[in-house]
Design a protein around this ligand. Structure first.
Ligand code: DDH
Length: 288
């Protein structure tokens, strides 16, 4: 007999590894783009968080206000309704999880399952009403330069190294003319998290695409890969470029920096007291 009884299960405490696995199960989708919802889930998690403003402590992943117009209709969020809709069955199966936790968890699942680093994750975000949404213009505009990049990311509390580290997420996915006006993938493996974005940036010869669409770059050799003006800026700016070179040469360094920066991104504006449990999820292929 032990006087200490086992801790009773806390009502509503979710098995987050189970939710992780449920999201992992729906990632593969042969009807979607390159066969995975991982890139668009990553983008949803980023856009939910990237509205943060440190000076006013507004925006960020706490709230999931992109559920509502007008934030859902901000130009930067075009196309993300697909990601939100694809996560609805997971929300229905786990009604206790908030949308804000679900979207940020989907970002973690996607990055890990696509071969990226482990991203520490903390639950506890609370959903808010539309009134808490931030005004349009907080996410980066792909047509602008390094001053704009710094304005946007310094506002969230990131430095130059973190800006470059986060930009490496463009190893994933592609631009869709109907969403953003831009066209094409950044790398030849858009469903794998690799340092390929930095390698392509440095190694390919980039030329302006000749078309009626917005200014973007294509690789001269094949014309299959693309860079946005904001991607190209990382090569031109003397404080950004050294990090492009370091990350292209050392994937492990980038994985570490990316994991820290993505975790930080998802924590922006989330009230914490320091005693929260930090989760490190197992990838599905580590669970067999
Ligand atoms: Fe991005 N991104 N992003 N991005 N992003 C687009 C797609 C994806 C910018 C513009 C675009 C980050 C930073 C920037 C992902 C992740 C991240 C598209 C194309 C545009 C445009 C959308 C479409 O047409 O469907 C700009 C500008 C910046 C910047 O200035 C830094 C960051 C920090 C991340 C991140 O996750 C940490 C991902 C993933 C995609 C691919 C989505 C998809 O559907 O595929």
């Amino acid at each position: 007999f032990s006087p200490v009884s086992p801790k009773p299960p806390v009502h509503g405490e979710l098995n987050y590894q189970k939710v992780y696995n449920q999201i992992a199960d729906i990632l593969e989708d042969n009807d979607w783009d390159d066969g995975s919802l991982g890139p668009i889930f990553t983008r949803l998690a980023w856009h939910a968080s990237g509205t943060y403003d440190k000076a006013t402590n507004t925006g960020g992943s706490n709230g999931a206000t992109m559920r509502f117009a007008p934030e859902s209709e901000h130009a930067a969020n075009a196309g993300l309704s697909v990601a939100r809709a694809k996560l609805e069955p997971i929300k229905a199966a786990n009604p206790e999880i908030t949308y804000s936790d679900l979207w940020s968890l989907a970002g973690v699942v996607s990055i890990q399952e696509m071969g990226g680093p482990t991203i520490p994750w903390i639950p506890g975000r609370r959903d808010a009403e539309a009134i808490a949404a931030t005004p349009d213009g907080r996410l980066p505009d792909a047509t602008l330069g390094s001053k704009h990049l710094r304005d946007i990311f310094y506002r969230m509390g990131f430095d130059d190294r973190e800006i470059v580290a986060l930009s490496g997420a463009h190893a994933l996915g592609r631009c869709h003319p109907k969403n953003s006006g831009f066209d094409g993938p950044w790398t030849t493996s858009p469903t794998l998290v690799t340092n390929g974005y930095f390698k392509e940036l440095l190694e390919k010869k980039w030329v302006e695409k000749k078309w009626k669409g917005p200014k973007q770059y294509v690789d001269k050799e094949t014309g299959d890969l693309m860079m946005l003006p904001t991607d190209f800026v990382l090569l031109q700016d003397k404080s950004f470029r050294p990090w492009v070179e370091k990350y292209a040469a050392d994937e492990k360094l980038w994985f570490n920096d990316f994991a820290s920066a993505f975790h930080k991104l998802q924590e922006l504006g989330v009230p914490r007291n320091g005693s929260e449990k930090v989760y490190h999820f197992k990838r599905t292929d580590e669970q067999q």
